[in-house]
Design a protein around this ligand. Structure first.
Ligand SMILES: Cc1cc2nc3c(=O)[nH]c(=O)nc-3n(C[C@H](O)[C@H](O)[C@H](O)COP(=O)(O)OP(=O)(O)OC[C@H]3O[C@@H](n4cnc5c(N)ncnc54)[C@H](O)[C@@H]3O)c2cc1C
Length: 390
């Protein structure tokens, strides 16, 4: 998405030039280090490559101006993840995890002092954050999670098992979801979110296994045992209930996935069009075949639809809006968007032929890397079922 109104940052300059600098820098790093996408980085990229990707301090786009960032405007946030996802879906998702799953809830619901301390670190120290909701026995049924917390002198203790938190072992901060264990041993229905600082020994979450993931090679995933103590001020403060706070955050995240989807589908459209112009089969360019044109037209339609979803997200997801009741829009958009991403990738691979079936070709990678988007942040089967019941 192009920005029309100029926006200037005292340190980083004008936004559209900043965005171009970020994107061309990312493009160069990926060209110089193809192993970023072709090797399975179980524990994440090396510190050197993470530093290179974050050289322009891209996460500053999500940070309020008073803490050194760009202000977290929805349109600019979507533009950044779009640019990142055009170059690499994993980088786009990494930024999405940081912004929608960690920074937005912290900006909106954290204690003021903790909020400032944490957010400044995303600009000054290029810190990263993620969200742990899913447990080995409770994924879709997250509200039945068994991670519990208890109020103790000076804070809260939290115990449980989590897995599949994006940036496992790499994030400097986590938001961990847990339910209150009452004195009679029963677990309350509502849940809470706690900020955990991995630089503090008492708050550190242990990684017991790094997963051999199928795609998104640069993002580490795994299993975590949570047995920590956090200060009282690290509990996010819900406006009504913890579940509503989580739904507000998840709905905003689902709506803003459209930025990642737009960059991803635009890249597929560009690559597929170039390929079909240049590839000669039976003495004519692929582009001249009806079936090929049908596939390209469908990818073009996905691009147009995703642009519309992105526009909707840019206008309807400011942080001060309560999105906890926006299930129809968020769930429908998330499921349709991620199904379009997968269909676009499947068509692209068909058009490329055998060469697409290589990890170092963007077509094969695209299919695998976008597949979990249909599963995480609300599995699509359940998203469709919920929309039909609303
Ligand atoms: C790459 C990746 C990244 C992830 N990132 C994160 C993260 O950052 N933080 C985090 O907390 N979690 C994350 N997750 C976990 C993700 O959110 C869960 O995998 C998801 O919620 C589904 O839970 P589950 O895998 O336990 O599947 P299950 O709950 O066992 O469901 C499996 C399947 O059963 C079907 N199903 C389940 N319930 C119903 C129903 N009610 N009606 C119809 N069908 C149903 C669906 O098809 C569903 O896909 C990630 C997962 C992946 C793969």
């Amino acid at each position: 998405m192009k920005n029309t109104t100029p926006h200037h940052h005292p340190k980083f300059g004008e936004f559209s030039s900043y965005l171009e600098r970020f994107q061309s820098g990312l493009h160069d790093i990926l060209a110089r280090h193809p192993e970023i996408e072709t090797r399975n980085h179980l524990q994440g990229l090396s510190a050197y490559l993470v530093r290179k990707i974050h050289e322009t301090t891209p996460l500053s786009v999500f940070i309020p101006e008073e803490f050194g960032g760009w202000g977290g405007r929805p349109k600019e946030s979507l533009s950044l993840v779009e640019a990142a996802a055009y170059e690499s879906l994993s980088v786009g998702l990494t930024f999405g995890i940081n912004s929608a799953l960690f920074l937005d809830p912290v900006k909106k619901y954290a204690d003021h002092k903790v909020r400032e301390e944490v957010l400044r670190k995303f600009v000054d120290e290029k810190a990263m954050g993620g969200l742990m909701i899913t447990e080995p026995d409770f994924g879709t049924d997250a509200l039945s999670m068994q991670t519990v917390y208890q109020k103790v002198a000076g804070g809260y203790t939290i115990q449980g098992s989590k897995h599949w938190g994006g940036l496992t072992g790499l994030a400097n901060f986590w938001l961990v979801a847990a339910r209150k264990e009452r004195e009679n041993g029963k677990i309350s229905r509502d849940l809470d979110l706690f900020i955990c600082d991995m630089n503090d020994a008492e708050q550190r979450i242990e990684v017991t296994e790094f997963y051999q993931k199928l795609g998104l090679f640069q993002i580490p995933y795994g299993r975590n045992e949570v047995d920590i103590k956090v200060p009282e001020t690290h509990r996010l403060i819900p406006q009504t209930s913890g579940i509503k706070m989580m739904m507000d955050s998840l709905h905003r995240s689902r709506l803003r996935l459209s930025g990642i989807g737009l960059g991803f589908i635009k890249r597929i459209l560009d690559e597929a069009t170039t390929h079909c112009r240049e590839r000669i089969v039976g003495k004519k360019a692929l582009l001249e075949y009806d079936q090929v044109q049908y596939r390209l037209a469908e990818i073009q339609a996905f691009f147009t639809l995703t642009s519309g979803l992105c526009l909707y997200a840019s206008e309807n997801t400011p942080l001060d809006t309560d999105l906890s009741g926006e299930g129809i829009q968020a769930n429908a958009m998330k499921a349709i968007l991620t199904d379009m991403m997968q269909e676009a990738a499947q068509s692209f691979m068909q058009l490329v032929g055998a060469n697409g079936f290589r990890r170092d070709h963007i077509a094969g990678r695209a299919i695998i890397d976008c597949r979990p988007f249909q599963i995480f942040e609300g599995t699509n089967d359940v998203m469709y079922a919920q929309v039909s019941e609303m």
